[in-house]
Design a protein around this ligand. Structure first.
Ligand SMILES: NC(=O)c1ccc[n+]([C@@H]2O[C@H](COP(=O)([O-])OP(=O)(O)OC[C@H]3O[C@@H](n4cnc5c(N)ncnc54)[C@H](O)[C@@H]3O)[C@@H](O)[C@H]2O)c1
Length: 364
């Protein structure tokens, strides 16, 4: 619900005009009031919303999906079948079969589909991607991505806490626990910045608390498609950690380091010259990176603006479609391919870990 509760559209490009905010019609109307939406556009059911909106002269342009994972496919399918573009929260679905089904719907309708891998919206993540693509680091030889949280160190789901309850229920979360919730972010960030694809994995997933049905700690050895080794380590039982997402990529000439809790600095360490630290919004950055920052240098931006960058790029494609039916989405925005790859990662890692299979090829 994050993307709706906090306004992730500070650029005046997108207006929230309708929604199915809850299965309870009273709650949906209540939410609409808070968001300043006409009562007759507050729906209790997403299918009803698609049906009624399609018939309006001022119908919605796209649907944003911010529900638990098990609803991502049904809502996206209903939206696209009614002709609406879709921006979905990650993960794309609850398993690989569903993600592939979703891909068929996206391809059959030709509509736009974006996925909020939020960390790809940070200016310096985009700059890091550009630096790697420029060849400045040389061939990537080693990758390390860590996403470490501590909020599930205790049996929070037993207290009825909303976010923990659905995340620990396989029927709503899908086959992955921590790997589906934050492992997909780590996986996507690594592929997004490195420009490489993960080709083999050796996963070890575990659950540390007695009543927990899904994994809460995952350690995966990787091989990239150029043969480079890597490690992806994800946990939600790292007591005391908050949202420690870090990415290290090493090439032949140097490495880069970015961390989400200090997102407006990008560290470049060189083999034969002094290290550099880049600051978001500084005038030496490339124009696209600077355009992803709204404040003067030194004034912190963060998660909301990262969301906003993804939404703004998505909205630009939606707008372009009005005059150019084949207009494509910026490749800075993760789409259905990223969604399918993320779900394949969850499925392959869960299955291989359960089977004690060791190294397995990463196939879709
Ligand atoms: N991109 C990111 O960085 C990011 C961050 C957090 C969560 N997420 C994703 O966002 C999604 C939601 O997670 P959350 O933590 O905000 O969950 P949440 O429990 O806070 O919010 C989910 C909301 O969906 C509503 N809902 C459930 N069923 C519904 C239905 N049938 N119709 C209408 N509304 C319904 C619930 O009432 C609730 O308000 C998940 O898929 C999660 O993985 C993404």
């Amino acid at each position: 619900m994050l993307a709706v509760e906090y306004d992730v559209t500070p650029d005046g490009q997108i207006e929230l005009v309708a929604g199915a905010f809850s299965q309870d019609s009273g709650k949906s109307r209540q939410a609409a009031k808070i968001y300043g939406i006409d009562e007759d556009r507050a729906y209790a059911d997403f299918r009803q919303m698609m049906e009624r909106e399609r018939g309006r002269p001022d119908a919605i342009d796209f649907v944003t999906i911010v529900t638990p994972n098990h609803l991502h496919l049904p809502v996206a399918r209903a939206a696209m079948e009614h002709g609406f573009h879709v921006m979905s929260d990650k993960p794309a679905a609850v398993n690989l079969a569903e993600a592939l089904e979703l891909q068929s719907v996206v391809e059959a309708t030709g509509l736009l589909y974006g996925l909020t891998h939020t960390y790809t919206g940070y200016p310096l993540v985009r700059e890091a991607r550009r630096i790697v693509a420029s060849g400045a680091l040389g061939q990537i030889r080693r990758a390390l991505v860590v996403y470490s949280q501590g909020w599930l160190s205790e049996q929070v789901e037993a207290t009825g806490q909303k976010q923990a309850s659905w995340r620990s229920d396989p029927a709503k979360s899908g086959m992955g626990g921590a790997i589906g919730d934050i492992g997909v972010h780590a996986f996507n960030l690594l592929e997004y910045v490195s420009g490489r694809r993960i080709a083999e994995i050796c996963p070890s997933l575990s659950s540390s608390l007695p009543m927990r049905l899904l994994d809460d700690d995952c350690n995966v050895l990787l091989k990239l498609d150029n043969g480079a080794p890597g490690v992806l380590s994800v946990s939600q039982i790292a007591a005391g950690d908050r949202n420690r997402l870090t990415l290290d990529l090493y090439g032949e000439k140097g490495g880069l380091h970015w961390e989400q809790e200090d997102p407006n600095q990008l560290h470049l360490n060189w083999l034969h010259r002094p290290s550099e630290t880049l600051h978001a919004a500084a005038d030496y950055l490339t124009p696209p990176t600077r355009a992803a920052y709204r404040l003067p240098v030194g004034h912190p931006e963060g998660l909301i603006e990262a969301f906003a960058n993804i939404y703004r790029d998505f909205a630009a494609a939606v707008r372009a479609r009005a005059t150019e039916p084949a207009a494509a989405m910026s490749d800075l925005v993760p789409g259905i391919e990223a969604g399918v790859r993320g779900m394949a990662f969850v499925q392959r890692a869960v299955e291989a870990s359960r089977a004690g299979a060791g190294w397995v090829k990463f196939t879709i």
